[in-house]
Ligand binder design. Structure first.
Ligand code: ZN
Length: 90
């Protein structure tokens, strides 16, 4: 009568975990003009779209993509509203 259950404890982690996080880079972008904050996620393992990303508040070009990697950018911090400050002096 042999009971060898502890063989199962090894070998499970090494197969499953190591594949997913490869080729994913995260970083943050700050718009130099209006200080909006963006999160940038780049998937280096697959091709993306060629083009550029503009700030959705001030239209500043934040990054240009060459299409070799897939880059997703999304807003995380709204800019302070300094634009509409001077209204109503006449
Ligand atoms: Zn901006």
């Amino acid at each position: 009568m042999l009971c060898e259950e502890n063989v199962m404890r090894f070998g499970l982690e090494s197969c499953a975990a190591s594949r997913h996080n490869v080729g994913m880079k995260k970083s943050d972008l700050i718009c130099p003009t209006c200080n909006a904050g963006y999160r940038r996620i780049e998937l280096t393992s697959r091709p993306g779209t060629k083009g550029e990303y503009r700030c959705m508040f001030c239209d500043e070009v934040l990054e240009k993509f060459d299409g070799s990697t897939d880059v997703a950018i999304r807003l995380t911090v709204q800019p302070e509203r300094t634009f509409e400050a001077d209204v109503g002096s006449s």
